[in-house]
Design a protein around this ligand. Sequence first.
Ligand SMILES: Cc1cc2nc3c(=O)[nH]c(=O)nc-3n(C[C@H](O)[C@H](O)[C@H](O)COP(=O)(O)O)c2cc1C
Length: 386
Amino acid sequence: MIKEVTKDITYVGCDDKTLDLFESQYIIPNGIAYNAYVIMDENIALIDTVDKRKTGEWLENVEKVLDGKTPKYLIVNHMEPDHSGSVEACIKKYPEITLVGNKKTFLFLKQFTGLDLEATSKVVAEGDTLELGTHTLSFVFAPMVHWPEVMVTYDSTDKVLFSADAFGKFGALDTDEDWACEARRYYFNIVGKYGVPVQGLLKKASKLDIQIICPTHGPVLTENLDYYLDLYNTWSTYQAETDGVFVAYCSIHGNTTEAVGKLEEILKSKTDKKVVVTDLSRCDMAEAIEDAFRYSKLIVAAPSYDAGVFPVMADFLHHLKIKAYQNRKVAIVENGSWAPTAARTMKGYLEEMKNVTICDTVVTIKSRATEDTYKEMEKLADEILA
Ligand SMILES: Cc1cc2nc3c(=O)[nH]c(=O)nc-3n(C[C@H](O)[C@H](O)[C@H](O)COP(=O)(O)O)c2cc1C
């Protein structure tokens, strides 16, 4: 796709609607966009490339925009293959091009491609600038947002931030959908562990006059930038975005499902806050992770299984742990027919997380919920909602 961003900056990225899973694990019902840009100036700069699945289309877009001219620089903000997958093809097509990156960029380029280009490239340090003619670019390092070599490029002339994967989302660009939903799923699953580095980037970005954000996935952001920056601030500080209860459950034979249905009724009778219930066996796990981070409270409900917890719940809690889930109040419901072990196992996962408060009331169902179970659920609901 070719689309004007400013008079001199053009979008030259590509939509991918046939990839089965992004990063081999995330469903992308509306595809994904690999974003890349061209800055036309006395010296022309390409900003990032695209996944090798789209090399041909990207090179065609670039050629059309260049209109017979030759690019001077290729700026590599991020070495992950969905953005650097066409660097080799670019060098082949434009052998005179100078790559711009940092020390780690060239280390990773060598690892991924075997190309040792550090000596013949422009190696930049934090805050370095590059004059293209009218446009002045500066390089702001964003290590661990979400790889160590990541930098973002700021064009002070057009006040554009090329933000690498920050502010990206799932979904091809011709998709008409809400930004936050797929940006949040992208953020918590891919960047979420790195809240502190994201805070570092936001601090640096706050000193820049940014009018447009050009991420490497998702739409170019041109309006109401505070909305996106505020959400990123909430997400990266692990604050809840929405006051409400997320109930994540699983069930082998349906008895926990039935009990959770009753729990949902109890919760809704006690609060006007949002109550969202998800069956972990059947939902998109990435969306369940997203919702766990989104809401202020979490209830986990699962059957005991082989002296532990049903595997899909173990998987969910493992995901939360590695994505640095923290600062939340959590309640536990377990089921078991002879020696219930789910609560103990779930507690073990939760205790490894930072600042997670586990409610004292733990509801134990013996095979099927009874009136006593519902009484316990009332207590649990009062405790988690307090
Ligand atoms: C393979 C398997 C392993 C199980 N392991 C345990 C266990 O270790 N301890 C226990 O009390 N129940 C165990 N159960 C029984 C279930 O946890 C129990 O029947 C529960 O009520 C199932 O809830 P559900 O109807 O929501 O699936 C196991 C069940 C299966 C199928």
